[in-house]
Design a protein around this ligand. Structure first.
Ligand SMILES: O=C(O)CCC(=O)C(=O)O
Ligand SMILES: [Fe+2]
Length: 350
């Protein structure tokens, strides 16, 4: 039986409306769900930029294998991750994630600071521009979270993300999940992306209409709910909402007040998705922007009364052990998580 679809609020942050109210709504959604649909009216990220980025994603993965291999992912988390190279849930997965991915780190003066396939070299500035739009949207969200949590000063989170203050683990990631074919040996065991929570402060996720697969885990850790690409009320928007989720770092930084929700990408199978109009029979593409604070940021107590008085929720910690308080800087927090997911990379090179 297919599960009920996830009930995630849709919030419009693109207008001139009451910013305090929008900020409060955003914070409540981040506390309650950890996932929020950011209505895409085309003002922050134009629909053409999203479409262009998806075309780029297709081009990257079509590049010759030798070009992609020359850019194999490194410990700096940049580059190409081949099919089944990453294992997001090593505790339960026998085989790696049924996906390939390409990670771009921060660009410097509009140029990639890593090897990129020759096939996509002509599009370097387009990749940079899309990353810029995502970065600016994350700054805006950081400011709203600061306002909503009554952090003093309200730009506390925003300041920690300013690129001019130093490098960060921020990544623009293109993903391709091929469909299953009759000959795939391990169809039952295959998961497209194992259960995990994201590492950074927040993630922006772009998906395509009609493509099923993303699910979130309920707070009691018992049921998975599919997350529709186009939730009710957004059917006529220029582009599907951008799915925002809180990552472990921000959850950790706020004593677990903001929720870092566990999610995965599956093959629902024919007729098994409860999201009307979505299937897993075609290759699935998605784009994730993983936003991180400047690497040297000390994750000190957030100057907010709401955060201070929040008592860590034992249930949330059990569900997501990485949300526990134990790490000091943004970079140390990230390194811990990467090591757990790229088993081969760290085994081969240690
Ligand atoms: O492709 C998706 O829909 C989600 C991907 C994801 O959760 C991730 O890369 O962290
Ligand atoms: Fe994720």
């Amino acid at each position: 039986m297919a599960n009920k679809i996830a009930k995630i609020p849709v919030i419009d942050i693109s207008g001139e409306g009451d910013q305090e109210q929008i900020a409060r709504d955003l914070v409540e959604a981040a506390i309650e769900h950890g996932f929020i649909y950011i209505k895409n009216t085309g003002k922050d990220i134009p629909a053409e930029a999203v479409d262009g980025a998806f075309n780029l994603g297709r081009t990257i993965f079509k590049a010759p294998l030798s070009e992609k291999q020359a850019c194999t992912i490194q410990k700096n988390n940049r580059g190409w991750s081949a099919m089944q190279y990453e294992t997001l849930d090593p505790s339960t997965q026998r085989v790696g994630d049924f996906k390939e991915a390409f990670n771009f780190g921060e660009f410097i003066h509009g140029k990639a600071d890593q090897p990129i396939p020759a096939t996509i070299a002509p599009y370097e500035s387009q990749i940079n521009d899309f990353g810029e739009l995502c970065y600016k949207l994350c700054l805006k969200i950081n400011t709203l979270l600061g306002i909503g949590l009554q952090v003093s000063p309200p730009d506390f989170f925003t300041n920690a993300h300013l690129r001019e203050k130093g490098a960060s683990g921020t990544i623009l990631r293109f993903l391709r999940y091929p469909p299953h074919t009759e000959t795939d040996a391990d169809r039952e065991a295959d998961v497209r992306a194992g259960a995990h929570s994201d590492y950074g402060s927040m993630t922006l996720l772009f998906r395509l209409k009609g493509q099923a697969g993303l699910e979130i885990l309920s707070q009691d850790g018992k049921t998975w709910a599919p997350v529709p690409v186009v939730p009710p009320g957004t059917e006529n928007d220029p582009s599907p909402p951008i799915l925002l989720n809180i990552g472990d770092l921000l959850s950790y930084w706020t004593n677990g007040l903001l929720r870092s929700t566990v999610h995965r990408v599956v093959f629902p199978g024919p007729g098994k998705t409860s999201v009307e109009g979505e299937t897993d029979s075609e290759p699935r593409y998605s784009i994730a922007f993983f936003c991180h604070p400047v690497a040297t940021t000390p994750l000190e107590p957030v100057p907010s009364e709401r955060v201070r008085i929040h008592k860590g929720d034992a249930q949330a910690k059990q569900e997501n052990p990485y949300a526990e308080k134990k790490v000091l800087t943004a970079d140390e927090h990230l390194q811990m998580r990467l090591k757990a997911s790229y088993l081969q990379l760290y085994k081969d090179k240690e």
